[in-house]
Ligand binder design. Structure first.
Ligand code: BGC
Length: 461
């Protein structure tokens, strides 16, 4: 059932934007700390005379840490609360930034990058989780997607910082600067309130009421409190509940959406954009930098478009449009690379396809994976369920990063893009049949839907 929003509820309190903005700094750190390595590694390699195996370890340490961080922290966020977990994460980000910036040996550097990865793994789902639980229904999609916007800005910022320090080969400063958003996140999260929904799981109803009054800007919050307590009565909490028959479907949806977010190849483009441009026949360093910056900027701008539309046209149409765009662009890229040489026009068509691909990801799987997994799980086990889906998506991220170059060797450049394109088609069907339209539904209504045993597509019908 669509929730009827009162005019007071429609008038959104600015405080809630502030909360979402601060929590989204965790996303900024996610983007920054995953992106910064691409520039830094060039100088680290020279300074420590790294073999290619060790270089790969330096690059992928963060992903390994993220898998571990995501896997281990779901329970903590259910037990100690989203806010406390984000505070600890900010401290780990800060320590990791100092540790990597001062690393005397490559072993310490790798250890430091694993620590940063831990923080990224935790932050990647705890920030959307916290934001979704504090947001009013009608703008929840936009507020949660601020986190994805912050990820994309973090990636661009890391390119800018890498570029600024490249002249002096100063990789230490590249890592050190991560401390600035970490400290702002730390201070912000200390000051901000706990998630009202998590407070309710701890029987702290009066505290939850106080937070809700403040973030909704109204004293009329009884309806929301009642709705949350009703669902709480139906949940037992604990790992066992996660594997109950009524939750199999949302668990499946979260895991598979995480899989598609990664195996459709986004990070190949994010990490290897300059290489792809070289394939297309642009060889100068200037073009490589422009290519990388262009990809990053398109990613940011189209995430803003997603934020504008996610609560208006909904999650499903954006996924459908985005996946079609991704399929077409990968098909064209594959075609361009299947030719022995690229004419001048085809080179630019390849560039355009790459940009279309990033734009299509940015309006669909980019923000919507994180949003959907922050919406579809029952309150008491939300942290655990999200951590599982997140861990799986980080494993897929690692798998794609490790197989891209081998895939090119085995099936060629064109074949590689076609493989990703084929996966997008399967992803489109998966989204069509399985992803529910959560727009306009309270988190509690979504939970009730799973109880009813109806199919995901019937939500709200
Ligand atoms: C994904 C990352 C990706 C980023 C790009 C995120 O949602 O999880 O793997 O690098 O989007 O914008």
């Amino acid at each position: 059932m669509e929730q009827n929003l009162s005019p007071t509820a429609e008038k959104t309190n600015v405080f809630v934007y502030l909360i979402a903005g601060v929590a989204a700094l965790a996303g900024l750190l996610f983007g920054y700390d995953t992106g910064v390595i691409s520039g830094a590694v060039l100088f680290i390699k020279d300074q420590f005379a790294l073999s290619s195996t060790v270089e790969e370890m330096v690059v992928s340490a963060v992903l390994v840490g993220a898998v571990i961080g995501a896997a281990s922290s779901g329970q903590l966020s259910d037990r100690f609360g989203r806010r406390r977990v984000l505070i600890v994460t900010a401290i780990i980000f800060a320590l990791g930034s100092i540790g990597t910036a001062m690393a005397p040996t490559v072993a310490v550097l790798i250890a430091g990058r694993i620590v940063i990865g831990l923080a990224i793994g935790v932050a990647s789902f705890t920030a959307p989780l916290y934001i979704s639980e504090i947001s009013p229904v009608h703008i929840r999609g936009a507020l949660v997607s601020l986190n994805q916007l912050a990820i994309t800005c973090g990636i661009v910022l890391s390119y800018v910082v890498d570029y600024s320090f490249a002249g002096h080969k100063d990789w230490r400063w590249m890592f050190a600067l991560g401390i600035v958003p970490a400290l702002i996140l730390l201070i912000g999260m200390i000051v901000l309130p706990s998630s009202p929904r998590w407070l309710m799981t701890q029987n702290l109803t009066e505290k939850a009421r106080k937070v809700l009054k403040k973030v909704r800007g109204t004293t009329d919050v009884q309806h929301e409190i009642d709705e949350i307590s009703e669902t709480l009565g139906e949940e037992t909490g604990g790992w066992k509940e996660l594997f109950q028959p009524w939750l199999k479907m949302p668990l499946f949806i979260g895991l598979v959406l995480g899989l598609f977010q990664q195996i459709t190849g986004i990070n190949v483009v994010i990490y290897y954009a300059p290489t792809i441009f070289q394939f297309a026949g642009f060889s100068s360093a200037g073009v490589a930098i422009l290519a990388t910056a262009g990809v990053g900027i398109v990613n940011v701008l189209m995430t803003i478009v997603a934020i504008r539309f996610v609560d208006r046209i909904g999650r499903r149409p954006l996924l459908a449009i985005g996946l079609i765009g991704m399929t077409i662009s990968l098909g064209v890229l594959g075609f361009a690379f299947s030719l022995p040489t690229l004419s001048e026009e085809l080179k630019w068509i390849a560039v355009g396809s790459l940009m279309l691909y990033v734009a299509s990801f940015a309006i669909s799987l980019g923000p919507i994976f994180w949003l959907i997994i922050a919406e579809i799980y029952p309150l008491k086990i939300r942290g655990r369920a999200m951590s599982l889906a997140t861990m799986f998506s980080w494993i897929c991220n690692l798998a794609v990063a490790m197989t891209f170059l081998t895939l090119i060797e085995k099936v060629g450049r064109a074949g590689t893009f076609w493989v990703y394109g084929g996966i997008c088609i399967v992803g489109w069907f998966f989204c069509y049949f399985f992803v529910p339209e959560t727009k306009g539904h309270s988190l509690e209504e979504i939970e009730e839907h799973w109880h009813s045993g109806k199919s995901p597509r019937e939500l709200g019908r």
